[in-house]
Design a protein around this ligand. Sequence first.
Ligand code: G3I
Length: 334
Amino acid sequence: EEESLKALYKDAFHIGAAVNPLTIDSQRSLLAYHFNSLTAENEMKFSSLHPEENLYTFENADVIAAFAREQGMALRGHTLVWHNQTPDWLFENETGGKAERDLLLERLRSHIQTVVGRYKDVIYCWDVVNEVISDENDESAFLRPSKWLDIVGEDFIAKAFEFAHEADPQALLFYNDYNESNPHKRERIYRLVRSLLDQGVPIHGVGLQAHWNLYDPTLDDMRAAIERYAKLGLQLQLTELDVSVFRFDDRRTELTRPEKGMLELQAERYESIFRLLYEYREHISAVTFWGAADDYTWLDHFPVRGRKNWPFLFDESHAPKPAYERVAQIPKRA
Ligand code: G3I
């Protein structure tokens, strides 16, 4: 059997995987052997946990928390504030109009108290706020338009961190985003986190989602992003790593297995990525993949529904791919 990733990287950072109740079942031994950190893929998002004002649904999240406890794995909480997978009731008042700022903030505080409180014993860090920075190229763009921003104003972000800190003063609190290596977005993320720190907001880390592919972003942009965020003095984590075999604008759907060369290119790509991460291991505390093996990935439904992808280090039968071999070599040679 191959060497376990978590053992190989034990002196560098946690090796994590996003899971759901189905993959905890179908990928159980792979997860237990290679990974020492977990994130719930969907089960701890607002609409999964709290679909109606007076209804919490914890069953699926509890399955994931129980697996982490049983295996002694670290668990990351994902996510408290987002523009997606958030129920409409939250933004409406009793008469069906737009909720008032105080009402929305009180609902957020209460949600955070309940959810963060429930998993306090096992979740050591939370993605408190997810994806609030704009993707627009326009120089003046900063925050993404959302109901949070519209109703509360910019301080919904600071408030969320304060509520989370109140609910669990020991938890590490992260800001998490994608396209984090894009130079424009990188500077906006830096500016947001810098200003939170300057205001004394309790924030402890930056999550780089790292939804990457064989070609983008460039290694230089990844390095520049890590360098820049490291200057904030916070810990960094890769929170949702995958390396799609397709360019972002590639909409082909006919492949039933990877094309010749794709897996070799992917192995080279993963090797350069992990060399970089290993080099910055003093700053990086965890590297979480957004899945574990190629039999299950959200990319099978994005950006084209039903188009198979092969983004991980393990194949559809959980055997190590060429990319695994390259990644495993790095800490051994160091
Ligand atoms: O649960 C329903 C099911 O009942 C229904 O039959 C099925 C039909 O489409 O949909 C199911 O819901 C899907 C859900 O995943 C659970 O599988 C949603 O359509 C689908 O949109 C949703 O996608 C999730 C996505 O977030 C939503 O934005 C992905 O699984 C999840 O991997 C993805 O994760 C996000 C991170 O949270 C934040 N960063 C980006 C990342 C990838 O998009």
